[in-house]
Design a protein around this ligand. Sequence first.
Ligand SMILES: [Zn+2]
Length: 166
Amino acid sequence: MKFATLTFILTVFAVTLMARPSNLAAARISVKIAGFEVNCRDTRGNRVQLMKVSDLGDVGRAWVVAGVPFIVMDTELLRTLPAKLRLFFYGHECAHHVLGHWYAKSGNSELEADCWAIKDARDRNLFNRDDVSSFAPFFARSRGTRWGHLPGPERAKRLLACYDEE
Ligand SMILES: [Zn+2]
């Protein structure tokens, strides 16, 4: 899906939500990722909408369109991942909203989002340490990204370090 097409769909969805306040009230509080109930609110307290698409080209993205926060996830890529890793990627995108990165990006946004996602899932008893260790092989071949994701092996180590922090 082209970026412009996706942005258009999100905009239409956002405008529909705003035009009909009753729909906002009726919007689901939680959604299911890998069979787990999850929900997310952004730094302004707004409920984050989940949209699943195919052909995103990335597991997930965090966007704000017309003031409405979205997590967009690629169903095709998600399907290839184990349940806990799907939860982690949802948590990572949620973290960008919770930490307000859309409005004020820090140089460490990706590291902060990773760490927040791990600690949040740990504190809600969704991840134990072995779960986090089990992510390493999936990151092993990733070389990192220029927008701040560490190369895979380092990222996996960092996730465990976050788990072990307070
Ligand atoms: Zn990110």
